[in-house]
Design a protein around this ligand. Sequence first.
Ligand SMILES: Nc1ncnc2c1ncn2[C@@H]1O[C@H](COP(=O)(O)OP(=O)(O)OP(=O)(O)O)[C@@H](O)[C@H]1O
Length: 248
Amino acid sequence: MTAVLRLDGVEVRYGSTTALAGVDLTVDAGERVAVVGPSGAGKSTLLALANGSVTPTAGSVQVFGVPAGQLHGRALRRLRARVGTVHQHLELVDQLRVVHNVNAGRLSRWPAWRAAWSLARPQGLPEVLEALTRVGLADRVFDRTDQLSGGQQQRVAVARLLVQRPDLVLADEPASALDPLLADRVLGLLAEPAADRGGALVASLHDPALALRHCTRVVGLVEGRVELDAPAGRLTLGDLADFYGAPR
Ligand SMILES: Nc1ncnc2c1ncn2[C@@H]1O[C@H](COP(=O)(O)OP(=O)(O)OP(=O)(O)O)[C@@H](O)[C@H]1O
C-alpha cells in the first residue's frame, strides 16, 4: 500500500536555524496524526513540507508516492488538488466576501474563465452554503471576510478546505481560535477524508485533549526531532503533560 505521506531523513534549515533534523515519518491511509510539541519545535515546517511550500535541505518527501517538490504543470496541479491545508495564518483575502474565499478551495479544478466569472457571479453556491452550514456560518456567506471574528475566519478557512475535498488534510492549529464545542466540530470535519475516503489528517495541535479525542496517533517534536510517536489510544493527558514538561 502506498503511504499518503512519507518523510525519509528529512532536514530543513532556515539559514543557521535547523527546523527539522533527521525526521522519518510515514503516514498511511486512514491515519489521523496529531503533531504536538513546544513552540518552535518544527510542527508548521513539517506540514509545509507535506504541501510542498517548503523543500527539504536534505532527505526526501513523498506525497501519495510522488516526490513533492519535483512536480510541474498538470501533475503538480493534480497533487495540489488532493492536498488541502488550513494554514496557521489562514491565508484568506480579507477584502473578498466569504463566498469567494470558500470557492478558492476549488480554483485548481476550475478553468480560468470560471474562476474569473465567479468573482462577479459566485459559482457553485449550494456547495459553498453546505460547507458554511457545516462550520456554522451559513448566514455570513456574502459578508466581507474582514468583518468576521478570528474564530469565524478560521471556520471560513475550514469551509474552503471542505469544498476542495482533499484526500490529505494538513491543518496547522485549526481550532486555536474556537470554543471547545466548535473545536470538536471542526476536528470532526477535518478527520472525514481520513475516515471516509482513505485519506489522512495531519494536524498540529496545542490542545492535548483535542489530539487524543480526534487522532489515532500522536507525533511529538522537540527541537526538530521526533521524540514521541505512539497510538493515541495508548496515551493519557498525563503522558502529554509529561512530554511538554508541565508540572502535574
Ligand atoms: N521562514 C523562516 N525563516 C527562518 N526561520 C524560520 C522560518 N520558519 C520557521 N523558522 C524557524 O524554524 C523553527 C521551527 O519553526 P516552526 O514554525 O516549524 O515551529 P512550530 O512548532 O510550528 O512553532 P509554533 O507552535 O510556535 O507555531 C523555529 O526555530 C522558527 O524560528
